[in-house]
Design a protein around this ligand. Structure first.
Ligand SMILES: [Zn+2]
Length: 370
């Protein structure tokens, strides 16, 4: 994410020291964490002042944090576990955080993008990251509450500021069209090209931090999304819950993986995570919604056409549990579905990308280094 700016700044600082051009004012962001440097610079040093470069405060908080995340992942790899980065988790205040950590460890989940609800606010994710810096990724609020759906001006302004603050690695999940589910009854539609969504797409476009989008894939609701994907080519959009279809009549296009393929080909800024519901489960319309699975008497498997799609676009899929308070008991099952059907259903190098490498790149802006 912001790492490139830090490296850039260090290069500028280094060049300034060598040339004696010491009056260059660091950006306010860096100045905040940089000790006074002027005394060391009264006589031009032949090498960069060690006191400055060894000071861990110069490694921005974010870089230190990335190191902590990296160590957690490498530790799991060393133990032979394929780590998962869960990019979509709904944190409500009523949740037992120790139980979440227990579940993560039990299921080989290295990191959770901990999106709080709007009552908790983005800061709750920072607070929990400070308590558990090797588990939780600072993530802004989700757009799924009344303030989001009411286009509350204060909420949107703060969301934009949070996203631009450099303190968050990701934004939450923002709802476009949302049908009622088994844990909520929101039958709502925030148009994807609305003013509220422009805040989200714009912030992602300007900062490079990703967000996920909940948008039921009705044929007639596709153009509003496509307009935004074109308008914000640098935004990192993770369209949530691919592999499902809740109404083959109104979702005619997205009855086949070809539609996902077409969108991935058309929009390089688009990513997908998968539906979290149990293979074979039916949506309220009575349809089996998980269209990416083949169901037999011996269980579910990844449909070959979906497998081909995923392997053809190995850099464009990530995993999100979509766990909230109401579905907390589903945690093991969701992770088991992902591991046994999706990750074991594709080539090993593709599974590694889906499990953590793609999410790593989205949240840090840098590819994972083996
Ligand atoms: Zn969703």
């Amino acid at each position: 994410m912001q790492r490139k700016y830090v490296i850039f700044f260090l290069l500028i600082l280094f060049a300034s020291l060598i040339s004696g051009c010491v009056s260059t004012t660091p950006s306010p962001r860096i100045e905040d964490v940089t000790p006074a440097i002027s005394p060391a610079l009264t006589s031009p040093p032949s090498v960069p002042t060690p006191a400055v470069f060894n000071d861990s405060r110069l490694l921005t908080e974010e870089n230190v944090q990335i190191k902590i995340f990296e160590e957690r992942i490498r530790g799991m790899l060393k133990n032979g576990t394929l780590p998962i980065i869960d990019i979509e988790f709904h944190y409500g205040g009523d949740m037992d955080i120790d139980k979440l950590i227990y579940n993560m460890d039990k299921n080989g989940v290295a990191l959770t993008w901990l999106g709080p609800n709007e009552n908790q606010g983005s800061e709750e994710s920072i607070r929990l990251n400070k308590l558990y810096p090797d588990r939780f990724v600072p993530t802004t609020v989700h757009g799924d509450g009344q303030k989001w759906h009411g286009s509350d001006g204060g909420f949107l302004e703060k969301l934009g500021n949070d996203a631009m603050s450099g303190r968050y690695f990701a934004m939450g999940e923002f709802e476009g069209r949302h049908y009622p589910s088994n844990t909520n009854n929101r039958d709502v539609h925030m148009p994807v090209d609305s003013k509220a969504m422009q805040v989200v797409f714009g912030a992602s476009n300007d900062t490079g931090i990703p967000f996920s989008l909940h948008h039921e894939a009705e044929d007639e609701l596709l153009p509003e999304l496509e307009r935004m994907l074109v308008k914000y080519p640098e935004a990192k959009v993770i369209w949530a819950h691919a592999g499902r279809n809740r109404n083959p009549v109104t979702w005619a296009k997205f009855t086949k993986p070809d539609a996902v393929r077409e969108f991935l080909n058309k929009y390089p800024n688009l990513y997908f995570d998968f539906l979290a519901s149990k293979p074979g489960s039916k949506y309220q319309t009575g349809y089996v919604e998980g269209i990416m699975y083949d169901l037999t008497s011996s269980g579910a498997s990844l449909n070959p056409e979906w497998k081909k799609l995923i392997e053809d676009f190995p850099d464009r899929f990530v995993l999100g549990s979509d766990i909230n308070s109401g579905r907390f008991g589903e945690y093991d099952r969701v992770m088991n579905t992902y591991r046994t059907i999706i990750l074991q259903g594709v080539r090993k190098n593709v599974a590694e990308k889906i499990a953590y490498k793609n999410a790593w790149k989205l949240m840090t802006g840098e590819g994972w280094k083996d």
